[in-house]
Design a protein around this ligand. Structure first.
Ligand code: MG
Length: 273
């Protein structure tokens, strides 16, 4: 079977230490966690940043600090920055402020449509999507297209035709966020079958469907994301998860069915970086 890329989504915007004490919040904690996850098989880090109060931020200095901390540890992972709608102020300038940092950033997330989060809008206007996509292009960054429903796949194909996005496209199928497409095997297959030819894909499965859907994605030949951004519990008994525990389990599922894990260098080839 072809190699599996595991992405670690270590912090996200929602978890707090109160919800799960393993949540890494400071640049040092985040880099330490990513480093351990990399040693267990993660080849991409989907990086979110928090301010000094632990609130989500897109502040370029905080992102730079995380990246410098990774370099100091010699951590070899593909650096993927979040440009999500919950990272503070929802403007193009604010959400895209870290895209020209350099510092070996190779990827960034890009939602190609709008949807709902619990209690807020995942607001991504056409102007914002195009501006972020163009800034990524100017800085040699490959977007990971976050598709919270089918329409966002269609819109990404449209943006490729317009020349805003460049193929081969890479998708993150984000499932089971309350307010977006629910996390069922049927919906996963529907999303996968709706991808354009030549696209690569990873699965993000939030909450209770996490283990079931990442297992299916691994068996289907897709790639997977795991981490406290997606699940704070390890199992139905509400045992708290840590990022290394989650990466280790994803690698074990792959190992059980004979699917080898991609190194960062191999992941770069698979994703045409
Ligand atoms: Mg994210």
């Amino acid at each position: 079977m072809k190699k599996l890329i595991i992405t670690i989504a270590h912090t996200g915007n929602v978890p707090t230490k109160e919800m799960n004490a393993y949540t890494p919040l400071t640049p040092e904690e985040i880099a330490t966690d990513i480093d351990e996850c990399a040693s267990l098989g993660a080849s991409i880090a989907h990086i979110h940043a928090r301010d000094q109060e632990g609130k989500p931020t897109s502040d370029r200095d905080v992102f730079a600090s995380i990246l410098h901390n990774l370099s100091a540890r010699g951590t070899n992972v593909i650096r993927q920055l979040s440009t999500g709608a919950r990272g503070g102020e929802n403007t193009i300038a604010y959400r895209g402020q870290m895209l020209d940092l350099g510092l070996d950033v190779k990827m960034a997330s890009l939602a190609t449509g709008s949807s709902n989060f619990p209690g807020s809008i995942n607001a991504n206007s056409p102007e914002l999507i195009e501006a972020l996509a163009l800034k990524m292009k100017e800085n040699g960054i490959k977007p990971e297209i976050e598709a919270f429903d089918l329409a966002m796949i269609s819109n990404a194909v449209y943006l490729e035709k317009k020349g805003i996005l460049k193929g081969p496209l890479h998708f993150n199928l984000v499932m089971n966020v309350p307010g977006s497409i629910s996390g069922t095997p049927r919906n996963l297959l529907y999303m996968v079958e709706s991808l354009p030819p030549g696209a690569t894909w990873t699965l993000t499965a939030v909450g209770k469907c996490h283990v079931q859907l990442i297992s299916i994605a691994i068996a289907l030949g897709g790639h997977v994301r795991t981490g406290l951004e997606d699940v704070i519990y390890y199992d139905d008994n509400k045992q708290l998860a840590s990022n290394p525990m989650l990466v280790k389990r994803a690698a074990e599922i792959a190992s059980a069915i004979g699917r080898p894990i991609a190194s960062p260098e191999e992941a770069m080839k698979i994703l045409s970086l």
